[in-house]
Design a protein around this ligand. Sequence first.
Ligand code: PMP
Length: 357
Amino acid sequence: MLYEISEKAIQLQNQGKEIIKFNLGDPDLPTPPAIVEAAYEAMKQGKTKYSSAAGEKALREELAVIHGVSADNVVVTTGSKWAVFSSLFLLLKRGENVVVPSPHWTSYELAAKKLGVETRFLKSDLGSNWKVDPEKLEALIDDNTRLIILNSPNNPTSKVIDSKTFAEIVQIAQSKGVTVLSDEVYSDISFVKADSILDYGKSNILVSGFSKAFLMTGWRIGYVVVEKELAKRMIKLNQITTTCVPAFIQYGALKGLETRKQIADDIRRTFKLRADAAYSVLSKSKMQFSRPDAPFYLFPKVDGLDSERFALDLLDRGVAVAPGTAFGDYREYFRIALTVGEDKIKEGLEKLCEALP
Ligand code: PMP
């Protein structure tokens, strides 16, 4: 359905219609120029050949310093999406299962499905302010559970898992011998402090990347922090699949790390204003929603809404959103990605409110 919306939005744009696109998690802000310059400079210096399947030494070392691990624990991947897929590929066998708090980023489920792995969803809802319930999570684990996937801040709710809950989940995973894969792609730009899986030792999997926190979605660069043995297996998998992330892209990313805090502050500032602009419109409507803990997404609910129908109809009014069904069993919800400027946010959300049944 996400694909259908996206295609229809493009079709309408090609017909000359203006579409305010809230449907994709691709921030409109440009990649910081210093990153672009550093990548260009690296290209000019000949960093255009095959390179290490583990990632450039300098980048791995810098990421290791940031995360308080050794460079041997870091593997650079083709986006964090590949980091997720290769973790699942290496750790799970057909017939096993993975537990995922929902709503969730669909790729976890789709990757698991491709591998013949069952995904067990732990539903949360707006009524509890998207609280993930550790007891219910524990009840989903059985002898075939290998992995729990956490995503805090979450896509699509922009909610952070509080420290107590995070600690309880890690504790449950440990006691059951299950690995936690923590997808922290939105952590650096979170409005509130988000726990990292690395706060709880180094035996789990951290997935992160540059797409969101460095505005580098199209560059395709992410990474994992894992135990050394698993790192070696991931490097091998890179060797036989993607070969390497192009070295010049890694030098762009490395440049970004130099001003990591500054870039994150700028993103936060912009998206806080956007969230406030959205809030001022939405709070006058009958939508229910909670304030985001992180940039990019709002996930409002309208009682009785069929969000797939709504999203399709809304396109004819010039606004694209993602229906809640793209993130699990959430038909009454839809996701708004605040990836346009404040004026467009207000205009788009006003149209959206008018279209509500
Ligand atoms: N994790 C989550 C939760 C995401 O929302 C996304 C992108 N939408 C990704 C990972 C993928 O990011 P990347 O571009 O690094 O593959």
